[in-house]
Design a protein around this ligand. Structure first.
Ligand SMILES: [Zn+2]
Length: 411
């Protein structure tokens, strides 16, 4: 199953904005409450473990099997205004974010105005006099009585683009299924927008030409953004890496020079705080981010198209977490560009049923793809991008060699 999201602007039928803002506020409060409650329980649990050598059972203390159940019970008494369906979905999504964050040893932090979460099975999409309408039981019964709301939430979807209509029609026909979605409020340049982030799932496109045993090794480095090859295919796929570092260093230089200017700027920018003083620097940061978005999407698409056309069932990438400093990447590029590119490759591959595997190995760059000999001296330090095996003396391009090693690795 593949899950995708599409973003649609919505307008509301017979619903006051004040009620929607109340639900945004409630969602934020629920997420904060749930996060605090989970944190409390976790720290109690680890203290208990230190003292007693075993973990406490939630059921013995609170009578609930799961922390989510306990939080739901507590919050449903607090009159949040959210329907039980939304409350359950909000607590659950908070729980998942907590789990994700704790893998990185942090806690989720909820800013104000969190998007409203809607359970997929209770979203009712239908066609009404040329419009696509979604109904959802957002408000609790009590809230509806207190605020004299007679309808459940009704949203009219703005479908200017044809591919959106296409998705909605497929949902209506039962080919796609609605999943947990979100309603988001965005204020941009004094204009308010409400967006429905509609999530839907469907079976993968399924490509009969894809052979799961065919593995494409993809190497990323500064010389080449992407270098892909396989033992079984004579041709290679290559994108020169020059574009990213050149653009990035040019932009970095502009930012640095503006920062210098800000240090000795004219009177107009002095005495109005840091923000005014450095204001002119920001457009370049945005340009960088925008550039990354476009270029990485383009690279990822080109790579996956190549894999699809040639029937590769698996794309194998190096896990960049284990990357060594001797690769001589500028640090910001590793985090800033290549991780993002990797994510985009994963997404593009998933859509056409190609598996992506990350291989963490420090020896990829120093292994000979012909004889398998591993030696740090295999890399010719004198000549950039030249690989010379100290055992079989074969001379190759470093990037080609590494992609070959990746593609033929036994994992
Ligand atoms: Zn060799």
């Amino acid at each position: 199953m593949i899950t995708n999201t599409c973003k649609l602007e919505v307008s509301f039928i017979d619903t006051k904005f004040s009620d929607l803002f109340a639900m945004i506020n409630a969602t934020t409060q629920v997420k904060r409450y749930a996060t605090d409650r989970i944190t409390e329980w976790k720290s109690f649990s680890s203290r208990y473990h230190e003292e007693n050598g075993e973990y406490p059972k939630l059921e013995d203390i609170y009578g609930f099997k799961s922390i989510e159940g306990l939080i739901y019970h507590e919050l449903s008494k607090k009159k949040t205004g959210l329907s039980s369906r939304s409350l359950i979905a909000t607590i659950h999504s908070c729980f998942l974010s907590y789990k994700q964050a704790s893998k990185k040893h942090s806690h989720p932090n909820w800013s104000d105005s969190q998007p409203i979460i809607m359970q997929g099975k209770y979203l009712n999409l239908h066609h009404e006099s040329g419009n696509y309408i979604v109904d959802y039981p957002l408000f609790s019964k009590q809230y509806r009585v207190e605020h004299e709301i007679t309808h459940i939430l009704r949203m009219r979807l703005n479908t200017k683009e044809n591919h959106h209509k296409n998705i909605l029609d497929r949902i209506l026909s039962g080919e796609y299924h609605l999943c947990q979605s979100q309603l988001k409020y965005v204020k941009k340049q004094n204009k308010s927008h409400w967006y429905f982030l509609l999530a839907y799932s469907h079976k993968s496109e399924g490509n009969p030409n894809i052979d799961p045993t065919r593995v494409l090794g993809v190497f990323m480095s500064e010389n080449v953004a992407l270098y892909a090859s396989s033992k079984r295919l004579p041709m290679v796929f290559k994108i020169d890496g020059g574009e990213i570092p050149t653009f990035a260093s040019r932009q970095e230089a502009i930012i640095r020079s503006k920062q210098r200017q800000a240090a000795c700027c004219g009177d107009g920018r002095i005495g109005h705080g840091y923000k005014t003083r450095t204001k002119s620097i920001y457009p370049n940061k945005q340009t960088l981010a925008h550039f990354r978005e476009t270029i990485n999407s383009r690279y990822a698409k080109a790579l996956i198209d190549f894999a699809k056309t040639n029937g590769f069932g698996e794309v194998r990438l190096e896990d960049l977490k284990g990357i060594k400093a001797d690769r001589e990447f500028p640090r910001f590029l590793i985090h800033w560009t290549y991780f993002d590119l990797q994510e985009k490759i994963k997404n593009a591959a998933r859509k056409c049923g190609i598996k992506v595997t990350l291989v963490s190995s420090e020896t990829i760059g120093i292994t000979c793809s012909s004889c398998g000999h591993i030696d740090p001296n295999n890399r010719d330090r004198g000549v950039k991008n030249r690989f010379v095996c100290t055992k079989c003396n074969i001379v190759k391009q470093t990037d080609w060699n590494a992609s070959q090693v990746l593609s033929s690795l036994e994992i």
